[in-house]
Design a protein around this ligand. Structure first.
Ligand code: V47
Length: 375
C-alpha cells in the first residue's frame, strides 16, 4: 500500500508532486528537475503512484523470441557493437529457411511473439523480407510478428524507391503485426551526428512511426541514454514521443535503453549506474503520461535492477528473449534468455502479480504446453 505522503527531501519536487497527485501533465522544466534530483525515493514514489493508478499491482511479461536475420549493416553507428560490414568474415546473413527454422527453436515453449530486427543489409530486398514474414506467418500462425524498426523501414523504402507508407503497407500485408521501438536513440540532431550519423534523423523516425500508426500498425518506442546526451536531450526526446502519441495513440510501450559501451567506438564511456537506470524508469513513467506501458528490459538493466524498477514506475519486464545479440555484442553480462518460471519468481519477489501477456497486452492462459489468449 502507498503511504499518503512521501517524505520529500528535495523541495523542488513539491510542485511536481502536486501536479502528479492531480494527474496534470508535467512540463519540459519539470522533466529537467526530475533528472537533476537525487531524491530518488520521492521521484520513485510519484512514478509508482502513476504506475499503480494505471496497472495496479500487475507486472507484465511475455514469452518471446528474438530473431536477428543479419548483422550486416551499412550504417556503422558508433553506438553499436552488433552491425558488421558485408565483407567482415564474421558477419552473417541467414537464408529464409534458416530464419524459419531458427524461429521454431523456441516454439515448443509456446512463444507468443517473434521480435525480429537486423542490420541495414545493402542487398536484401523488401520482397525478401516480405517472403520471410509470410513464411513465418504460414509456419507459426498464432505468433505475433513484431518486426522492423523505423530505421529498417525507412531504409527499405529508400532502396525500393517507394514511399514509407507503401513499404509499411507491404510489410503489413505480408504479416507484420506491429513494430518494435528500436532505432530512436535520442532525437537531438547534434548527438545523432556523433552516435549514429548514417541513420534517419529524429523527425524521420517520428514521421515513420506516425505513418505506421495511421495504417493500423502499433509500435513501441525507445530512448538510448547514458552516452553523450544531456538531460535536456532526454527531456526533449520524451516530449517529442508524447506529442506524437497525442496525435496517434499508436505507441504501446516505452523502453529506455541504457548504453552499453563495450566493443563500440564509444568504449571509453562509463556504463550507466543503477541509480540513473532507476531514475530513468521513473522519469519516463512521469513524463509519458499518454503511453500505457513502461518496460524495464531485464537484458539491458540486469534482472536485479529490472526487478527493483517494478517499484519505481515500470510495469513490464519484457520476456524470455531466448537468444539476444545486440546487447551481448556490446558486453552485456546477463544471460541470453530467462525461463518463464525465472520471470515469475523475479516479479513475485518484487511484490507484484505476474501476468503473462501477448504483444497486445491480452492475458495469456497456459495449459501445460498449449496456450490460449483470453480476450
Ligand atoms: O535500436 C544498439 C540499441 C536497440 C547498443 O520494442 C544499444 O519491445 C545499448 O530496440 N548499447 C535494439 N543499446 C533493442 C530494442 C528493443 C529491445 C527490447 C524490446 C524492444 C521492444 C526493443 O538497442 C537499438 C539501439 O537503440 N542499441 N547498440 C549498445 N551498444
Amino acid at each position: 500500500m502507498l503511504t499518503a505522503q512521501p517524505i520529500v527531501e528535495d523541495q523542488r519536487l513539491k510542485p511536481i508532486l502536486a501536479k502528479v497527485r492531480e494527474g496534470q501533465r508535467l512540463s519540459f522544466d519539470d522533466g529537467l528537475t526530475l533528472y537533476r534530483s537525487n531524491d530518488l525515493l520521492t521521484v520513485g514514489w510519484m512514478a509508482n503512484l502513476v504506475r499503480e493508478r494505471l496497472h495496479g499491482n500487475t507486472t507484465y511479461f511475455n514469452v518471446n523470441r528474438h530473431i536477428n536475420p543479419t548483422d550486416v549493416c551499412v550504417a556503422s553507428c558508433r553506438l553499436c557493437a552488433f552491425g558488421k560490414h558485408a565483407k567482415d568474415p564474421s558477419a552473417y546473413t541467414m537464408s529464409l529457411e534458416q530464419v524459419w527454422e531458427r524461429a521454431g527453436h523456441g516454439y515448443t515453449e509456446a512463444v507468443t511473439e517473434f521480435h525480429i530486427v537486423g542490420g541495414l543489409h545493402p542487398e536484401l530486398t523488401l520482397d525478401w523480407f516480405c517472403q520471410m514474414i509470410a513464411g513465418l506467418k504460414e509456419r507459426y500462425p498464432r505468433v505475433h510478428l513484431k518486426a522492423f524498426t523505423m530505421v529498417e523501414v525507412a531504409y527499405l523504402a529508400k532502396r525500393t524507391k517507394i514511399s514509407i507508407r507503401e513499404t509499411l503497407e507491404r510489410l503489413k500485408a505480408a504479416g507484420v503485426d506491429s513494430l518494435p521501438g528500436g532505432g530512436a536513440e535520442v532525437f537531438s540532431e547534434s548527438i545523432r551526428r556523433i552516435i549514429c550519423d548514417h541513420k534517419i534523423d529524429g523527425n524521420e523516425w517520428l514521421e515513420t512511426a506516425r505513418i505506421a500508426h495511421e495504417i493500423g500498425l502499433k509500435s513501441n518506442c525507445t530512448m538510448l541514454y547514458g552516452h553523450i546526451e544531456t538531460e535536456e536531450d532526454r527531456v526533449d526526446h520524451l516530449v517529442k514521443l508524447r506529442e506524437v502519441q497525442d496525435q496517434t495513440n499508436g505507441f504501446v510501450t516505452f523502453i529506455p535503453l541504457a548504453f552499453h559501451p563495450d566493443n563500440t567506438a564509444l568504449h571509453h564511456l562509463p556504463k550507466t549506474s543503477g541509480f540513473d537506470d532507476i531514475r530513468q524508469i521513473a522519469v519516463s513513467r512521469l513524463m509519458l503520461d499518454n503511453i500505457p506501458h513502461i518496460k524495464a528490459y531485464w537484458i539491458m538493466m540486469t534482472p536485479a535492477v529490472a526487478q527493483i524498477a517494478q517499484r519505481f514506475g515500470a510495469n513490464d519486464i519484457d520476456g524470455t528473449v531466448v537468444e539476444e545479440k545486440i546487447y551481448h555484442d556490446a558486453g552485456a553480462t546477463t544471460s541470453q534468455g530467462l525461463r518463464r518460471q525465472d520471470l515469475l519468481r523475479l516479479i513475485r519477489e518484487a511484490g507484484r502479480e505476474p501476468m503473462e501477456r501477448d504483444t497486445a497486452y491480452r492475458p495469456v492462459q497456459r495449459q501445460e504446453s498449449a496456450f490460449t489468449v483470453l480476450v
